[in-house]
Structure formats: C-alpha cells, structure tokens
Design a binder for this molecule. Structure first.
Ligand SMILES: [Zn+2]
Length: 114
C-alpha cells in the first residue's frame, strides 16, 4: 500500500462527545484537526486529493479512493463542507483547541490511574 502524501495531523479528538463520521459498514472515525496547505485544500475541494487519506488521484472525484476506498464521488463534497474550517481561522483559535485537547488528555491520563 502506498503511503499517503504528507500531512500534519495535530491531534485526534478522543472523547466520546466529539464529532465523528460513520460509514455504512459501521466503521466510525473521530474528527481530527488537520492542518493543510492552501494548495492541498484546493485539490481536495476539486476532488484531486482524497479528503480521507490525502492520497492524490488521477481524475477528480473517483467513485472510490484507490488507497482507502473512501467514496469520493458521493461523499467528498459533503464531507468537505462539513469539515472545512477555512483558511482564515485565527491562530489563537487553533491554539485554544489544542490546549483543550491537552487538557482532555491529561484528564484521561488521570482517570486511567484512578
Ligand atoms: Zn483515500
């Protein structure tokens, strides 16, 4: 299997109240915070890059991603609209989100010891 193209995944949301995506076969995925270059975002918007594994594809919006089988034709545009936070998100907002995740992790670590 080819490796996905390079991305930055800041942190997965790990609590049970976080947003998630569920596929028809029952698999669920937490909503991660993902930081992408603007060019990559445009490729995803135009269907040339899988929104799920960030693999580049030859033709826009194939029925399924060749790497992760994500249904790009059916789901990519909808998922993009749902997940995209914009390129103008203030840095402080992102930092606050990351700080919240740090706190959650610390709390989970604490709960795990209890
Ligand atoms: Zn994919």
């Amino acid at each position: 299997m080819r490796k996905p193209t390079s991305i930055s995944i800041a942190q997965d949301a790990k609590d049970d109240t976080g947003m998630f995506v569920q596929f028809a076969d029952g698999r669920t995925f937490r909503e991660p915070i993902i930081i992408l270059e603007g060019e990559k975002v445009e490729r995803i918007r135009q269907g040339y890059t899988c929104i799920w594994c960030f693999e580049d594809v030859d033709a826009p919006f194939p029925k399924q991603c060749p790497v992760c089988t994500f249904p790009m034709a059916d789901m990519q545009t909808r998922l993009f609209a749902r997940f995209y936070m914009g390129i103008d998100v203030p840095l402080t907002s992102l930092e606050e989100k990351l700080a919240m995740l740090d706190e959650e992790e610390a709390r989970e670590a604490y709960d795990a010891r209890a």
